[in-house]
Design a binder for this molecule. Sequence first.
Ligand code: NAP
Length: 533
Amino acid sequence: MSGSTQRFDAVIIGAGFAGMYMLYRMREMGLYVRVFEAGGDVGGTWYWNRYPGARCDIESMEYSYQFSDELQQEWDWTERYAAQPEILSYAQHVADRFDLRDDIQFNTRVESAHFDEAGDVWRVTTSDGETATARYVVAATGCLSVPNEPDIPGSDSFEGEVYHTGRWPHETVDFSGKRVAVIGTGSSAIQAIPLIAEQAAHLTVHQRTPNFSIPARNGPLDPELQRRIKARYADLRERNKKMGFGFGARHPQNQGFVMEMSAEEREEWFERFWNNGGLTFGLAFGDMIIDKEANDVAAEFVKRKIRERIEDPAVADKLMPTSTFFCKRLCADTDYFETYNRDNVTLVDVNEDPIETITATGIRTASGEESYDCIVFATGFDAMTGALTRMDIRGVDGLALKDKWQAGPKTYLGLETSGFPNLFMIPGPGSPSVLTNMLPSIEQHVDFIADCMAYMDEHNLKRIDADPDAEEAWVEHVNEVADTTLYPSCNSWYLGANIPGKARVFLPLLGFPEYVEKCNEVAANGYQGFRLS
Ligand code: NAP
């Protein structure tokens, strides 16, 4: 096929949950679509993140599609929080059930997408030398899909096994009898470390920032609970749409404020959420992420609970989070802190004992060299913009997306960026995305885009582009909302702070229901804020 050009109505980049549902909707509309997917199968993040312990920390009954009632009724989840293999099987089931694979070209990476102004089409080139043209391009490229590979001196010289949690091999990795180093202590590491420690002869964890984590309290999903939820599934889905983060309506919620309660009352309330487990702890009080005093109270509660899980007070000191609570993505764990009570686990604080270089046989820190058989990078992702800016995307007048976004991404509603007509993002920076349950966010985006395309056809329109003024106002709005909270006060990937040289801009929008309302209003007003021609 090398050298050929195929014509499509739309090209979708990525066959994760966003790409799959976008394909489904476009096909229903009678569009001729091709999905290009770099991986060997569907599933996106769940295809690549196969590290030990990988699971979703949104509950299974909520982290699933709702567009098809038959689908949500027929699929049975086995655990409160599904593990990666089960979520991947679910994605594969969806692909089979709706015959999606016919229009997906696997093992094919999109290298470039250039807008041809004369013909109002996008010209897309792929890693296998093909060219495709399409009226629409939808980048369903994921928020956390480009691994962050830190530039540690000597990285290439290591002769042992090297892994990145975000690019885990498909073959079984056996750490038995091996000396393993993990770099990083974010969500991925917190899930992987307990399981690696069970296998390895010795595990050393290099920690840069200690993280807050709440016990997930995972377990088998009670079939009776599953039956009850399914009996009124639409009701739960609707109630979740009114939740700030798009999930958790089934759980206790407190609309009250930490500082308005007596010490005893708030202790009781925190305890309740602590026992409920996982990210639902974030629903405990409305002011934890707004008011520093309230935040400190919540942080003290969680730190006290963490300390109780660790036997050695010196190790506990190192593991005590120092940043604002909730400001970095909250983690949910199973036995993470208890893992440091094992004899075969060592914690190294890189602030006290920095990594100087990786050598052929191990890692040299300021205090000396340790030899390892395996190094696991659990160092996260170039979040939200990485997958978009690393493709050669050029819009009107040949403007490159990575140049336009040099000082930070600019979008309108996180759906389009001006100067790049008919190019949609699911979900782009400036949308609630990573601050929500991703599945309903994805469905909302896809439905908006599909409806918009239908509107364009009805009105005989060829181009839709974000209005630059609407875009400026939107970027300002996203930042204003973030500035009313404590989110910008620490070095998180929400701010791009984990990638050296990346512009420091708050990337997601806080507030799912308000966002959906705004999108509905925009659509009802003839796609206000977009230029249609
Ligand atoms: P992450 O949260 O960005 O964590 C990366 C870790 O690596 C951090 O501890 C970071 O330290 C450290 N690090 C980065 N560069 C380093 C360097 N040069 N030297 C030493 N340490 C370094 O990445 P992640 O754990 O892969 O998680 C990313 C996101 O994916 C999560 O926040 C979550 O949204 C999602 N996720 C979800 C689940 C789930 O649903 N359960 C599981 C995994 C991931 P600093 O904190 O100092 O930067």
